[in-house]
Design a protein. Structure first.
Length: 318
């Protein structure tokens, strides 16, 4: 996006606006310099977090980002998971081939930020900061060397505030330092819950307890709610999980993502579910999720046609 290069440099001006850091052409070669007019955005940073593995965090990040982009939002995905599954899905290159991933960015100076952003991805309108196996090492170094280990990500991506409508962070399946960094940087939080599993709510109490600690450094973090994944209202286990999630988390997102083979098909094809089968129920629900998010966060969709039935949300969080 053309806004990234221009406004990023503006944010690197000194206080008297007379001098910028010397980034050099090579540090911004992935960014588009052809536009000079811009409107600063009210950026929302959404962490998608749950320390239970296999609950749909990456699936949510990938497909929510694609649907938000279809709604006219400028979207950046930050892959904070050492497994880098979001990067493998969205990115055109293998994470091992990327010179500046989020791991390098966390341990470097902010000047490397433009190099970390990749705008040419498998999903139109979605930019990416790659994840990496090196995140494990980066996490240890942050713990040992950073003065505020949980706030490094917030500091490193602060120049991006105003450039994107939405930044989505795919978190690792743990409550360690990487997830803490995501939660400290976020404005909003989605907690995916695997509805179709008897272990879907495993460890949620620990997550809620961890959030209480995060509120000390990020008191404005807004819980958007629990997102039920692989949900089937015909199954008793799904209904029990829904009731338990409502009781323990306190807020349910009024969109439920069903089980579908389209999820794996899209992952294998490195595209969104919408591209695989836009008429499928799971594609429709991810679109409704994106519409709900834009409404909840007051993101503009005035130039996008939205079907009235996609605006019908049943909210029951009493």
């Amino acid at each position: 996006m053309w806004q990234v290069a221009t406004l990023f440099l503006c944010k690197l001006f000194t206080k008297d606006n007379s001098e910028i850091f010397n980034l050099g052409y090579n540090n911004v070669h992935t960014l588009n310099w052809h536009r000079t007019q811009m409107t600063e955005k009210n950026t929302k940073i959404i962490a998608v977090a749950n320390h239970k593995g296999g609950c749909g965090k990456t699936t949510t990040v990938v497909n929510l980002s694609a649907e938000l982009a279809k709604l006219g939002q400028s979207v950046l995905v930050i892959d904070l998971d050492p497994q880098a599954n979001a990067s493998l899905h969205i990115g055109k290159d293998h994470p091992s081939e990327i010179s500046v991933t989020i791991a390098e960015l966390l341990l470097s100076e902010p000047e490397k930020l433009p190099l970390a952003i990749h705008e040419d991805t498998n999903i139109e309108g979605v930019s990416l900061i790659y994840g990496s196996l090196a995140l494990g090492v980066a996490e240890d170094k942050l713990k040992d060397e950073a003065p505020r280990p949980s706030e490094e990500l917030r500091d490193k991506i602060s120049p991006l505030i105003g450039l994107y409508d939405v930044i989505l962070i795919d978190c690792p399946p743990s409550l360690k330092l990487l997830t803490s960094n995501a939660l400290a940087a976020a404005t909003d939080l989605i907690i995916p819950i695997e509805s179709g599993s008897q272990y879907g709510m495993y460890g949620v109490t620990d997550l809620i307890r961890h959030l209480q600690k995060i509120y000390r450094i990020n008191p404005n973090l807004n819980l958007l709610g629990a997102l039920l994944i692989r949900h089937d209202e015909r199954q008793t286990v799904c209904n029990l999980t829904e009731s338990s999630a409502k009781a323990q988390i306190g807020k349910l997102i009024p969109v439920k993502i069903p089980t579908s083979t389209k999820v794996n098909q899209a992952a294998m094809a490195q595209t969104s579910i919408q591209k695989i089968d836009r008429s499928s129920k799971v594609a429709r629900e991810f679109r409704r999720l994106a519409i709900w998010v834009t409404s909840e966060l007051n993101l503009s969709t005035e130039h996008v046609e939205i079907d009235a039935k996609d605006l019908d949300f049943e909210v029951d969080n009493d």
